[in-house]
Design a protein around this ligand. Sequence first.
Ligand code: ATP
Length: 221
Amino acid sequence: MKKNFVVIGLGRFGSSIVRTLVESGHEVLAIDSNEDRVNEYMNIATHAVVANAQDEAVLKSLGIRNFDAVVVAIGEDLQASILVTLMVKEMNVKNVWVKALDDYHARVLEKIGADRVVHPERDMGVRIAHSLTANNLVDYFEISKDFSMAEIKVYNKKFINRTLQELSFPKKYNVQISAIKKTSGEVELATADSIIHEKDSILVVGRTEDVEYLDEILYRT
Ligand code: ATP
């Protein structure tokens, strides 16, 4: 379903959100106080406006309250990021996502009602570190402090040409398998009858230590 989004701040983070939302068929109003950045996005975003988002009258005149979600992607200017988030929440926007610079900034944003606070650099660092240190982990992300989801390639022959029912991952390894990905890129949602073939990857959800343990097991030949 087509949705309407506002992205405030067209740095690398905000602009990649704009591009991806538009490519997925959504409507995006992009706002930045820098005219050159807005000009770059004139033909990409549905609407692109040069404006200081700290000006409440401007936000109201743009009808911010009517959008499905607002992303506050203002970089270094902490005061602007906090003030804009506060104003947007006061306009009753249901879904406000904000980029935080550090944990102190994140705490303030949570206190003033940001629905989701993201730390793109930190989160990407964690993800890359896990992929670097793991044996055969293709991709990884943290679901919470204790839980992760990972795509793991299966090398261990004991797991090949067997059904998920036979392998009983939840019982033996305390993880759930949600899908199997073929080398062709095709993805099959996991059922008890799904079979793991050579070079397939599996999508695993579980406690981080269990996911890491399974990563080691699946690497053995
Ligand atoms: P990255 O490029 O990695 O995303 P960043 O988030 O630090 O880094 P910046 O380059 O600082 O990104 O981009 C933030 C954008 O937000 C800039 O284009 C800046 O002009 C814009 N911005 C800052 N304050 C305001 C404001 N009050 N109203 C509108 N836009 C703003």
